[in-house]
Write a protein that binds this ligand. Structure first.
Ligand SMILES: Nc1ncnc2c1ncn2[C@@H]1O[C@H](COP(=O)(O)OP(=O)(O)OP(=O)(O)O)[C@@H](O)[C@H]1O
Length: 262
């Protein structure tokens, strides 16, 4: 596979609910290893677009190619297995399991290169369990949740549950991750942890990220590229600098907000 092909291509995707377009003829490419923000006012269709890409909802029209393979009609678990993973705006975690256990169940049966390198040729179930535990502990440290490892997930704050959900997603070693409002409900410290982790993974493993975010400062700081959705359509696409000075975006969406909070 050539590396200059987009990792994700969305072509003419549309979805209507009760005769009203939630997503209308949306087209864009996501380049491998990039960090892209999807912004737009409430009800613009951002989460619906994520649902369509990840198989949680079926498009009425259009094509979605992941690594040049059509994924329209595939169930979410098949899409996840191809390496396209997603975190949720309101994540569900296994409340009766510890934080560490929540991560260990997310560990793939066939660990990737990074996990496998922790141990050489694992032979038994206990070897595999040890790999899972080591990988989970490493991930908890990365997301600064290591002190919570033995706490029940149900006792975590909403922000910590989102971090745990991100950790579960990253444990599967996806090549692309979709994040739905990763910073909402987070305090300042947790917010920076999320994006530091994203940037370090993007730099180290060339993981591709597409995130929905309302905080324009985070978008300006962390995104290479921005897609703007308004009323079911992508109305602009470009660098953060180009987007914030695009008259169509200012007219249709930002108005007098002066790029405070979107
Ligand atoms: N399952 C559904 N059934 C009916 N209408 C829906 C459904 N899901 C979304 N919609 C409608 O589709 C439109 C787009 O909603 P969506 O949640 O995708 O917007 P959004 O941009 O993610 O908004 P927010 O920023 O508030 O999360 C809205 O008008 C919403 O009411």
């Amino acid at each position: 596979m050539t590396t200059d092909m987009p990792i994700l291509r969305v072509a003419g995707i549309s979805k209507a609910f009760s005769g009203r377009w939630a997503v209308s003829n949306v087209n864009f490419d996501i380049q491998r290893g990039s960090v892209t923000a999807l912004i737009g006012p409430n009800g613009a269709g951002k989460t619906t677009l994520f649902d369509l890409i990840t198989g949680h909802s079926r498009a009425d029209e259009g094509k979605i190619l992941f690594n040049q393979q059509s994924i329209v009609g595939l169930p979410p678990h098949r899409i996840a297995r191809l390496g396209l993973a997603r975190s949720f705006q309101f994540p569900r975690v296994f409340s009766g399991m510890t934080v560490l256990e929540n991560l260990m169940v997310a560990c793939p049966e066939q660990p990737g290169e990074h996990l496998a390198s922790l141990f050489i040729t694992p032979r038994s179930v206990s070897d595999r369990e040890a790999i899972g535990r080591a990988a989970a502990e490493e991930m908890l440290e990365k997301l600064r949740l290591e002190k919570k490892a033995d706490h029940y997930a149900g006792t975590l704050s909403a922000g910590q549950k989102k971090l745990l959900n991100l950790a579960q997603v990253l444990m599967t070693e996806p090549s692309m991750v979709l994040l739905d409002e990763p910073m909402s409900g987070m305090n300042e410290g947790l917010r920076s942890t999320i994006f530091e982790t994203i940037i370090s993974l993007q730099g180290r493993s060339k993981t591709t990220f597409l995130f929905i975010e309302h905080d324009i400062e985070a978008v300006m700081t962390y995104a290479h590229h921005v897609l703007v959705m308004v009323e079911a359509c992508v109305i602009a696409s470009g660098t953060p600098e180009a987007i914030t000075s695009d008259p169509r975006v200012i007219d249709a969406y930002m108005g007098d907000l002066q790029f405070g909070s979107l």
